[in-house]
Design a protein around this ligand. Structure first.
Ligand SMILES: [Zn+2]
Length: 411
């Protein structure tokens, strides 16, 4: 179906939200706080004008259901919570774009399938360090025991704080029933990076979230006196690590991924001694699982070569990893067509950050659209996007939702 969103209404809602829960220090919508509830109050005011049924599920997610001719459902939304001193668009853009899309759908009468807005609870994880709380509960990947005793900066436990907002942690996974009739999920978000802006593009289609490999790489040589050890007799672990850091950067470029040596720690760590041991923290990401595996394998070889060159040894410790989560090919094609129709461009890119859509993509066909981010800045009060880019992104999003509705209604 053709969905003609009026982006100006969504932007007015975003400004009203910034007025209510923002200020000179940035957004104040930290999850599980009164200000977060106030933000949801504004969303509820907008929803109250529509023929929708609004409910909070067992994990604290807000759902607004516009019943269609069929129970099969297209879910649209994002998260209204923010990091402390956050920006006005992260998460909020997707929620208000979904609200505007729902308005435009409802204006045409009963849709051919059900359309439901979702506002995920605690996407950011800014208070307890666990991101994607609500969406992971719905998608079956939240382990209550792993989060129960997480504490915020004030020492409060997660299990007690969520209870104050009506969430009984051990019942959160009962929210999985919400997925029963869901056939598609679509989310609009700001890019939070510089790629679209760098290409001069207002909007793009997201191919999926990248896979991540995090490792500690430890080079070992021999600590020795900086004055008495000739240059020819050294086993300098720092030099091996330095060779590796440069080589692994080049490997990431060759494979079209990203690789970051975020920290280096040398022992004994004094100016008068050769570094006997140097540990690096390495984060590597790619959208393609096979290429990520190849990049990691090549990195092992490069580490061995760097170690041998400096007469050292090397050992790897895995810290964390997650596979790439590709989005749905049919919905990607629909989103690219919509971007082409509204903006004359159809660039597609992977997402480096995780999103609620990464959880949903494990369970239902999913796609995201990104608007550009000015200077690539996010999670900061300077976060912004040109208004014309927001307008094009909202229109492209609504059109993609229309295509998803057609697909679900005719399946
Ligand atoms: Zn976000």
């Amino acid at each position: 179906m053709e969905i003609e969103a009026q982006p100006a209404r969504a932007i007015a809602d975003l400004r009203a939200l910034a007025e209510l829960t923002g200020g000179p220090g940035g957004a104040r919508r930290l999850c599980w706080t009164d200000e977060w509830e106030n933000a949801r109050g504004l969303l509820r005011e907008g929803l109250a004008e529509l023929p929708v049924e609004v409910e909070i599920d067992e994990a604290g997610n807000l759902w607004a259901r516009l019943a269609g001719a069929r129970p099969e459902t297209v879910v649209i939304g994002s998260h209204i919570d923010s990091v402390p001193n956050g920006g006005w668009l992260d998460g909020a853009l997707g929620v208000m774009a979904a609200l505007e899309t729902l308005r435009a759908v409802a204006a045409q009468g009963t849709p051919p399938c059900t359309v439901t807005l979702v506002d995920w609870a605690d996407e950011e994880g800014a208070r307890f360090g666990r991101s994607l709380f609500g969406s992971s509960a719905v998608c079956g990947t939240l382990d209550p025991d792993a989060v129960r005793d997480l504490r915020d900066a004030g020492g409060l436990r997660l299990v007690d704080v969520v209870a104050e907002h009506g969430v009984e942690l051990d019942r959160a996974s009962a929210s999985q029933t919400r997925l029963r009739d869901v056939r598609a999920y679509l989310e609009l978000h700001i890019e939070q990076g510089p790629v679209l802006e760098g290409l001069g593009l207002p909007v793009g289609t997201v191919l999926g979230t990248v896979g991540v490999e995090r490792n500690r790489v430890i080079f070992r040589g021999q600590a020795a006196h900086a004055g008495s050890t000739p240059m020819t007799h050294r086993r300098d672990s720092f030099l091996a690590a330095a060779r590796f850091a440069l080589a692994v950067r080049d490997a990431a470029i060759r494979h079209g991924g990203v690789s970051t040596t975020g920290a280096a720690d040398s022992k004994p760590g004094v100016v008068t001694a050769i570094a006997g041991e140097t540990a690096l923290l390495l984060d590597q990401r790619h959208l393609d699982a096979d290429v990520l595996a190849a990049l990691l394998a090549e990195s092992h070889t490069l580490a061995d070569e760097a170690a041998v060159a400096e007469k050292c040894t090397v050992e790897w410790e895995s810290l964390w990893n997650i596979p790439p989560i590709p989005f749905d090919a049919g919905l990607i094609a629909a989103a690219r067509r919509a971007c082409q129709a509204v903006s004359g461009t159809d660039h597609a890119l992977p997402s480096g950050p995780l999103h609620d859509a990464a959880e949903m993509a494990r369970r239902v066909p999913t796609v995201m659209l990104f608007s550009s981010s000015t200077d690539g800045i996010s999670h900061a009060k300077e976060e912004d996007t040109p208004i014309e880019h927001l307008e094009l992104a909202i229109r492209a999003y609504a059109q993609t939702v229309g295509a998803a509705i057609d697909r679900v209604a005719s399946a």
